[in-house]
Design a protein. Sequence first.
Length: 233
Amino acid sequence: MPIIILIVSLIVGSVLAAYYLGAVAFPNYQYNLGEYHGGYGMGMMGNGIQQPRNKIAGLSLNEAVKMIEASLPNAREFPNNTIVSNSTYVNLVVFTMGAGRAENLTGHEPPYYARGDVFVIGELIDPTVVLPAGAEVHVTVINLDDNMYHNFVMVTTPPPYPYNVMMNTMMGGGISMMPLLPPAHYFTSPEVYEGQAYSFQYDVSSLPEGQYWYLCTYPGHAQIGMYGELVVE
């Protein structure tokens, strides 16, 4: 029995690795800058329904940084690192980056549990996001990290997370899925926002009331704190 479990784990791991490495190493094969025409990881997952939006796209770093400064429409930010939206259509813009860059761009400190890379949403770092039940959520993920791959997926499994969190999300805890985004390309230095970042968009709808989590599935990232709470009420 242990041998069978090991074989199954190796097969599943190989398939997942092929998907992510393929999505990153050969972006023109599965993704381009136009409309979505097929791919992996889309459809019904868990309690929500994810609809594909675009493929991996590029945008200027200067444009991306300006998007951080813009407040989220129809949402309120609270001192306890919480964002609340009462809108039936939520435009959720998520940035991925190192903790140091996040502090410099937002003026806030990461949560106590974040010991590495983080998410920035509405100028907050790894905030608790509160959404109304049944809302249509349009997710835009932008990677500002200069040397690391990231993504943003929603799950039902709470922390703590193992090193290979992808196995957990694929075994019944995943609500959304997306490829890993390549690092941003800084033309001069990581301190000067001239260059290109990479983004991905998808829609999630029909989330019932409950407690969820968002995280990065790159091995080890969620384990050291790259996650946050998502509350639907």
